[in-house]
Design a protein around this ligand. Sequence first.
Ligand SMILES: *Cc1c(COP(=O)(O)O)cnc(C)c1O
Length: 374
Amino acid sequence: MIPCDFVELAVAGVRALQPYQPGKPESELRREYGLSEIVKLASNENPLGPSPQALKAVRVYLEELHRYPDGNGFELKTAIAAYHKVSPATITLGNGSNDVLELVARTFLNPDHEAVFAEHAFAVYPLVTQAVGSRARVAAANRPDHSQPYGHDLAAMAELINPHTRVVFIANPNNPTGTWLGREELLTFLESVPDHVLVVIDEAYSEYVEEPDYPDTIAWLETFPNLIVTRTFSKAYGLAGLRVGYALSYPAVADLLNRVRQPFNVNSLALAAAAAALGDHEFVARSRALNRAGLHQLRTACDELGLSYLPSAGNFLCVHMGRPGREIFTALLAQGVIVRPVDNYGLPDYLRITVGTAAENEFMVDALRGVLHS
Ligand SMILES: *Cc1c(COP(=O)(O)O)cnc(C)c1O
């Protein structure tokens, strides 16, 4: 039998979908180049590994793998509610926060609707918008001479909101730029958004942020019923491999997201690990301190190498290479260093470099110096 043209059978949004491009895995580079020492600074993972409290909790749950997870995630929700001083009814758990972003799209977007996000914003926003056949309205980013170059321009985003708009996606800080939004500008924006538009503020890197005017958006949830704040255990808590994140929102919104969610979208090990990690304040403090020192180390090295970089409130630095970033990326691979080209984000002359341990950062800088001087 001749296979049919399955592309024709796929729904319109999926037909034009470009798959998400993840960071190159270490094992792949090992296979391709036969290298022994490899430093991966490509996926904004925690260089300290997983939270030790989370590891302990996972070991206990290994014996229970024949059981389905708690579909309501009672213990994790209780821990999150206590941590943020919110009601458990505001929480939607996800298989990573990407899952929650997709739940928002599936709940509130259809082909008659539009989603608004910014140029150079996190790649999952266009993906989830397109997959449900909705239209993406992409706002121009800040100009290069702005204090947050290539960051979100909230005024430009507000201008794209119309009666068809249902969702606005904002990353704060944004990946891959690292740029962030302060309290006043974000509050002014929220006040200007009409009631029929849900505003998602994706705070995947919030635990790392040390800027004094970084907003406490969770405190705004009672004022803005259309606000959805997302968080993840993938970054500062070091649990990217387990896939667990969550949204906080008005309970009626959470109720809708939870209807769309698969019954067991978060696995039992992830539930146990996340609840334990949330209480591991020592680990998060250590991660934040390492990141602060690492950012300083990377910025100092870039200054010495004559490379400029975007302001970053996250655990990565977006560095201007002055030539196609992909060329440097490829040359660094041969040295056993994996970073992230961001040409697919409209930043062809930049590379995004995750902050590693002091030794990893040094290894990367030495390789980069060699590549730039060859
Ligand atoms: C890494 C990242 C996430 C986290 O995704 P998970 O699915 O929770 O691993 C979400 N948003 C942004 C902007 C990110 O960079």
